[in-house]
Write a protein that binds this ligand. Structure first.
Ligand SMILES: Nc1ncnc2c1ncn2[C@@H]1O[C@H](COP(=O)(O)OP(=O)(O)O)[C@@H](O)[C@H]1O
Ligand SMILES: [Mg+2]
Length: 339
């Protein structure tokens, strides 16, 4: 079991109120991602759950039991860091076995658990190597193996893939998702990368300045961001945010339209613009245009739509996909219903 309840939790460092007040429910077996810009309090919240920091107020419960005052080792959680924190002089086998040795577990049982973890992580052939003889991805898997053998009620990951190159991050995302599928253990995963959040999470928690902006599934956040912050943070390229006459005509302070919801044409359309940059990714092209009366707009168009810098392009928003926000930045109802 591994449900985690965060109840009225706050954290202050000296004068700085890093987490004003958080309430959050993490269900047993859920893959929950804390995402937000650097410095928003993601690691602090994770460290409060782990017991590596003391709360300034509130309670933390694991499986309904109050662990607010419990030491990290008593919480039954395992943390995996960005810096793998492996022992360079020890073999992979001994690195993974380390927490079990510390707990004086029987050697035969240790071997069984280490081999089991190695199998799940495709490390069986590397057990006798040292960390220095492994790739970055393999090292991170060893660090995860060391967490797995402890059979925690939840895994806590703090930006575990940040040190890897882009291709390897993509592979490791899949591996960690698959690991969650196999183990079905609660995972709480911190990242600043909204793509990791979108691709891995059952539930995303968007944090900003120590506050929760929104909690929901990836598609809920994509389809119905409840404010401008979430609208701008989730989705890549970012949602276009438009103020002025066009927004007023939709009875909103700000109107948002995602790049993938703009139809391009070389002949005609609602908006006329001049291409500033066309980023050709192959399947897609990210078209950056300066639109008359609106300013810079990004559209995600088919890779076959050939345009170059300086050319004229027409863009037409799919108005069924508009997002509207009031003067406080809060989402209004669907655009077509008016207000
Ligand atoms: N031990 C500490 N002492 C003082 N300030 C801290 C400490 N740890 C974190 N902070 C501050 O708390 C804020 C949130 O930090 P952190 O949780 O590490 O953010 P994130 O992980 O989202 O990048 C930052 O402004 C950071 O400087
Ligand atoms: Mg951090």
């Amino acid at each position: 079991m591994g449900s985690i309840t965060i109840r009225n939790v706050s954290k202050t460092f000296g004068e700085a109120k890093v987490i004003p007040n958080i309430d959050l429910e993490i269900n047993d077996g859920e893959f929950v991602v804390f995402v937000g810009p650097s410095g928003c309090g993601k690691s602090t919240l994770l460290r409060l759950i782990a017991g590596l920091e003391d709360v300034s107020g509130g309670q933390i419960l694991i499986d309904g039991k109050d662990v607010t005052e419990a030491a990290p080792a008593e919480r039954g959680l395992a943390m995996v860091f960005q810096s793998y924190a492996l022992y360079p002089h020890m073999s992979v086998r001994n690195n993974i076995a380390f927490p079990l040795k510390m707990a004086n577990m029987d050697q035969a049982l240790i071997n069984k658990k280490v081999e089991g973890a190695a199998k799940v992580l495709n490390l069986t052939d590397y057990l006798d190597r040292r960390p220095g003889q492994l790739s970055g991805g393999q090292r991170q898997r060893v660090a995860i193996g060391r967490a797995i053998v402890r059979e925690p009620s939840a895994f806590l990951f703090d930006e575990p893939l940040s040190n890897l190159d882009a291709a390897l991050r993509g592979t490791m995302r899949l591996e960690i998702s698959d690991l969650h599928y196999q183990l079905k253990t609660t995972m709480v995963y911190v990242t600043h990368d909204q793509i990791e959040a979108m691709t891995m999470a059952d539930k995303i928690v968007v944090l900003n300045r120590g506050n929760i902006e929104q909690v929901g599934s990836p598609l809920e956040l994509y389809k119905s961001p409840r404010n401008l912050f979430v609208a701008g943070f989730i989705g890549s390229p970012r949602m276009n945010l438009i103020e002025g006459d066009y927004a007023r005509s939709k009875n909103a302070k700000t109107v948002g339209i995602r790049p993938e919801h703009l139809l391009p044409s070389k002949q005609s359309g609602l908006w006329r613009g001049t291409v500033t940059v066309a980023e050709h990714l192959g399947a897609d092209t990210f078209l950056h245009a300066n639109v008359d009366g609106l300013g810079p707009i990004t559209a995600r168009v088919d890779g076959e739509f050939g345009v170059k810098h300086g050319e004229t392009v027409y863009l037409t928003p799919d108005e069924s996909k508009l997002h509207r926000f009031d003067d406080k930045g809060l989402a209004l109802g669907p655009a077509l219903t008016g207000a």
